[in-house]
Design a protein around this ligand. Structure first.
Ligand SMILES: [Zn+2]
Length: 82
């Protein structure tokens, strides 16, 4: 009898661990990391390519955008608010 209870408890622990790891995996996919410094990113305003390390990064609507300059970032924000 005790053996069944121990097995059940172990199964529940295992199930909770699997569920947690699936949730962590999903969270990782939902929020992709910022590109590395050397990666080339495109400015959505002037279509210029800049290295992510020297770009102006703005978080707009939960997403990160890279700009060549603050002027482009401001322009983009004004487009978004229209
Ligand atoms: Zn630009």
């Amino acid at each position: 009898m005790w053996r069944i209870i121990i097995v059940l408890v172990l199964l529940i622990i295992l199930f909770l661990m699997i569920r947690k790891s699936i949730r962590d995996f999903r969270n990782k996919n939902a929020a992709p990391p910022l590109p590395s410094k050397d990666m080339m990113v495109q400015d959505p305003v002037c279509k210029l390519y800049i290295a992510a390390g020297s770009a102006v990064v703005e978080k707009i609507g939960g997403q990160h955008y890279h700009f060549c300059s603050h002027e482009c970032a401001l322009k983009f924000k004004s487009y978004m608010s229209d």
